[in-house]
Design a protein around this ligand. Sequence first.
Ligand SMILES: [Cu+2]
Length: 263
Amino acid sequence: MKSVCLFFILFIFLAACDNDSEDISPIDLLSEKEHIGDISSNDNSLIISVFADDALTVGYNRLYVRTTDLNGNTIDQAPNTLMPHMYMPSMEHAAPMESLGASSLGEGIYEYAMVFTMPSEGEMMRWEIWLDVEGQELKMPITVAPSSKKRMFSFVSETSGKKLFIALVDPQEPKVGINDFELAIFEKKSMMEWPPVDYCTISFEPEMPSMGHGSPNNEYPVSIGNGHYKGKVNFTMDGLWQLNLIINENNIEEGSGYFEIEF
Ligand SMILES: [Cu+2]
């Protein structure tokens, strides 16, 4: 009798869970993300909310932006622009950013990506997100933490003199075996201009520094447009991996660096 009862309770519990997952709303999906901040338009008629997959760190970050009215109703409207902006003692600068369009999370949610090139540091080094909403420029203060593992590197090319920033995009959830490997390259043309770069060719070698071995069957990332490059990386075991990359233009080395991935 006892086990029948337990079974019945379990059944009810599972049924309830199943029900929940069926009417999961975009708002619920968004609430599982990291809430970065809210800002109101100057006339207080709109509230723009910014979310991200995780707390913001140096490197590539995906953002989710939703606009609501004062009653909390979603307005299906994206900010005209969304730009990262940093204040430093002697200068101000932007950073690479991508506008990715409507999100699959739900109606009225728009996706962006930003590559933060350095961490916030108190009052001296402050980041903001600048939003253009219906012609109004709004400024949302944000905090960017250093990344515990190296997810971005930069160099000035000895051949072309260009300053390039290389950011890790995928894998976000690495596993043993073959993983999608995606990175993005941007050029710092000026403090405010950070266009994507599609002309590079890339070679790389994964390495486990603690054990001194690499892995077979990797595929070099190739350009897929918008500054992104896609290939495959093979992790033969878990632990800390270092991906050593060489970035070339016209078969001439522009520079090199590495990413760290630990799982
Ligand atoms: Cu800076």
